[in-house]
Design a protein around this ligand. Structure first.
Ligand code: UD1
Ligand code: UDP
Length: 374
């Protein structure tokens, strides 16, 4: 491998794959680096959807996903599996992104070998260890281990400074999600057929406004998930809306949504969409309801009002800019806020403004330069 900088990028879930493919593309195109990809496959089908569209073939695939996997077992298997890969590859850097179990295991396995860790999307904090759970703890632990912190915004850089992280190791790079969204938007522009699979639903719901919904957070499983389902049901009572809801494959999500919503004609419960099709869903939606992290970042970039079904958010920038509103998980509040957007044009117009608090689409290039010079 000569004098090249050896980088192993480790990830396991759909959102990590989306936010890391622009960086992997950049590393592969850059002569300064020898790039390797290790997936834990904490997610399987949802991960593979992203790998396929981004054209990434992992060098190592630990194939760890099991149905209803527990956090401790997944963490343990990921840690030992990634450790074996790192012993073989002996990289200069391990790159991880975000706050999942795969991220924590990747960073810890690297730390145990004294390999430097680059944390992409560093410094997000809700200030509440239970929301999001277990992610708030994961990102704090990775923050304690990483040697290079790529903070998406100044607020996330400030959070790291507040935890006494060395200022020289913190860089505001923007969030690679905007690089990913730009990339997929350009691909759809070149070949609209890659996002044409929703045309049947678009025709069926042509005279209705579409509400796009996603929900999967572990802290929302149980009562809050039921309450989210009931809000969708209540909104679907209106004859001027239709709901398109790609349902997360987590059995604890799927069972509730199917039980509560599958009898409604204007609610389409569908399989998770690949990234071009999800970008299309965002584009055709009038309003988005979500508890997702990534969707909170994409919606402002597209000027789509997003109601965030969580108690707290570590992404205050969208709320401050007015495109996102934190609505919690109570049925009455979700329905009230969604109806306000459906019925009050002025309220809608205030939220429906495209802007990019999370990045400028050039984050991957910045992170490459930091990896080369840090
Ligand atoms: C995980 C992350 C969460 C992230 C989310 C993105 C942790 C603790 N949680 O949550 O931070 O926001 O991914 O979606 O790391 N499943 C499938 N096929 C798939 C993926 C999942 O069937 O492709 C099912 C499996 O039964 C699996 C379950 O979903 O056991 C839960 O997956 P898991 O990765 O443990 O948690 P998520 O809730 O997806
Ligand atoms: N997404 C997707 N298909 C879907 C739903 C979401 O491609 O059916 C994308 C979405 O555009 C965003 C990411 O998945 O980039 C968010 O993933 P998720 O909500 O699973 O995780 P989180 O961001 O909450 O960690």
């Amino acid at each position: 491998m000569g004098g090249k900088i050896r980088v192993v990028t480790v990830f396991g879930t759909r959102p990590e794959a989306i936010k890391l493919f622009p960086l992997i593309h950049a590393l592969e195109a850059d002569d300064r680096f020898e790039s390797r990809v290790c997936v834990t496959a904490q997610h399987r089908d949802m991960l593979d959807q992203v790998l396929a569209i981004a054209g990434i073939e992992p060098d190592h695939d630990l194939d760890l996903m099991t149905a209803n996997q527990s956090l401790d077992e997944l963490t343990a298997r990921a840690l030992t599996g990634i450790g074996r890969v790192l012993d073989k590859e002996r990289p200069d850097w391990v790159v991880v992104q975000g706050d999942t179990t795969s991220v924590l295991a990747g960073a810890l396995a690297a730390h145990y070998r004294k390999i430097r860790v680059c944390h992409v999307e560093a410094g997000l904090r809700s200030g509440d260890l239970n929301h999001p759970w277990p992610e708030e703890a994961n990102r704090k632990m990775v923050g304690a281990i990483a040697r290079l912190h790529c903070a998406p915004t100044q607020a996330s850089a400030d959070a790291l400074l507040g935890e006494n992280v060395s200022p020289a190791s913190i860089h505001v790079t923007g969030n690679t999600v905007i690089d990913a969204l730009d990339w997929v938007t350009e691909r759809i522009g070149q070949d609209p057929s890659i996002a044409a699979g929703l045309s049947g639903l678009e025709a069926r719901f042509a005279d209705r406004r579409i509400i796009g919904v996603t929900s999967h957070r572990r802290e929302n499983l149980g009562d809050s998930m039921l309450s989210i389902a009931k809000s969708v049901r209540e909104l679907a009572n209106r004859d001027d809306v239709a709901v398109i809801f790609p349902v997360h494959p987590n059995p604890s999500v799927r069972s509730v949504m199917e039980r509560e919503l599958s009898d409604l004609d204007n609610v389409a419960l569908i399989e998770p969409l690949d990234y071009p099709h999800f970008a299309r869903l965002l584009a055709i939606s009038h309003v988005i309801l979500t508890d997702s992290g990534g969707v909170q970042e994409e919606a402002p970039a597209l000027g789509k009002p997003v109601l965030v079904m969580r108690k707290t958010t570590e992404r205050p920038e969208g709320v401050a800019a007015g495109t996102a509103r934190l609505v919690g998980t109570e049925t009455d509040t979700i329905v009230r806020e969604a109806e306000r957007l459906l019925d009050d044009e002025a309220a809608y117009a205030t939220m429906a403004r495209a802007h990019n608090p999370y990045g400028d689409g050039r984050s991957a290039a910045r992170i490459c330069d930091l990896l080369a010079t840090s």
